[in-house]
Design a protein around this ligand. Structure first.
Ligand SMILES: NC(=O)c1ccc[n+]([C@@H]2O[C@H](COP(=O)([O-])OP(=O)(O)OC[C@H]3O[C@@H](n4cnc5c(N)ncnc54)[C@H](OP(=O)(O)O)[C@@H]3O)[C@@H](O)[C@H]2O)c1
Length: 328
């Protein structure tokens, strides 16, 4: 089978190639999936650039989410059958391949009304948006601030927050030319990050923002400055790379009545897989109800994925990318 393979850490696609590999076989609690579409994520880029904790060993097949049909089942798997349409988290990698293996505990049936293009974007997209807002304990009418608001996850958080009854939704982006994409994704207001950002957020939310979702690893100071009393900041990434900022002085959290929370989907997968599959099912419900509309950019083949990784690495991606794994 064909699989996208990274042979060593690199800042670009120089160590990424399409390779013929032996087909992976499912363990007792796993299933093999004939992948129709796979999601492309910034975490693939973090793996490629060699960030700690994303690659178990080299060579490495990236890819964290897939949609397709069940090819074969491990001996202890029940409730799924060969040929069934499914979507799955493949959080250890391996999704950017013609055949992927996923834990049965991280796989759900994909509704027939939802295309594979959309289904492949649900695990790391819609379901992750649900999980982040649940982690933050979003309540009806609360305001939300999200950084990287025009990206794969960012573009979906705006819709999921609205579906969960949020109040004002504010996004920030790293470049002025991404503002339009953030607004098109449904954010009420979107600002490029510059020296005006804090003041602009304060104009919209004079008492502060209730829920702040930060995937950057570098904006904690801003987050704490604009958090409302009782607000919650969820740190869930390190897109910037390098050392994460130190924890803020405790007094800032006590005095501000602010909660600082972490979120790791990989950790959740090992400690509470049902939380992930429940979010995946909720994601499909939101899509089937028409409450969330998933727009994807279609990538025609695995051979084109390295170019998308380059785009994401340069911070020039927009929305969610999904690849046709069987495309040529
Ligand atoms: N903790 C978890 O379990 C978990 C799960 C899934 C994803 N994540 C994180 O969620 C974030 C969004 O993922 P995604 O796949 O949807 O990606 P994405 O938002 O489509 O692309 C990544 C974005 O990160 C921002 N960025 C900040 N510093 C950057 C840098 N040095 N190089 C390149 N981009 C930089 C850019 O947006 P702006 O310039 O607009 O800020 C860029 O567009 C990622 O940071 C990812 O690691 C975490």
């Amino acid at each position: 089978m064909q699989a996208l393979t990274m042979t060593a850490p690199a800042p670009d696609g120089s160590t990424t190639a399409l390779v013929d590999l032996d087909e992976p076989k499912p363990g007792p609690r796993e299933i093999a999936i004939d992948v129709a579409r796979a999601g492309i994520n910034f975490i693939d880029v973090m793996a490629r650039r060699g960030d700690a904790g994303y690659v178990s060993s080299w060579p490495f097949v990236p890819g964290l989410e897939v949609a397709g049909t069940v090819r074969s089942l491990g001996s202890e798997v029940s409730g799924l059958e060969v040929g069934q349409r499914v979507a799955a988290f493949t959080l250890g990698g391996g999704g950017l391949a013609e055949v992927a293996v996923a834990s049965a505990d991280l796989t759900v049936a994909a509704p027939s009304a939802v295309s594979f293009d959309v289904a492949a974007a649900v695990p790391l997209g819609v379901a992750t948006a649900v999980l982040l807002l649940e982690r933050a304990g979003l309540k009806h009418g609360e305001s939300v601030l999200m950084h990287s608001a025009s990206g794969g996850i960012g573009a979906l958080v705006s819709q999921v927050a609205s579906a969960m009854g949020s109040g004002e939704r504010i996004g920030t982006v790293g470049r002025a030319d991404k503002v339009a994409a953030g607004l098109a994704a449904g954010w009420d207001s979107v600002f490029p990050r510059d020296e005006q950002t804090e003041a602009r957020i304060r104009e919209i939310a004079p008492h502060g923002v209730d829920v702040i979702l930060d995937p950057t690893g570098s904006l904690l100071e801003l987050d704490l400055s604009v958090a409302a009393p009782g607000g919650r900041v969820v740190l869930f990434g390190n897109a910037t790379g390098g050392a994460l900022p130190p924890m803020p002085p405790t007094g800032r959290l006590i005095g501000g009545n602010v909660g600082l929370l972490g979120f790791s989907i990989s950790r959740l997968a090992s400690t509470s897989p049902a939380t992930l599959t429940n979010a995946l099912k909720k994601g499909f419900q939101l899509i089937e109800a028409g409450t969330v509309r998933v727009e994807t950019s279609a990538v025609d083949s695995l051979a084109s994925v390295a170019e998308i990784h380059d785009l994401l690495a340069a911070g020039r991606g927009s929305g969610k990318y999904v690849v046709d794994v069987k495309g040529r």
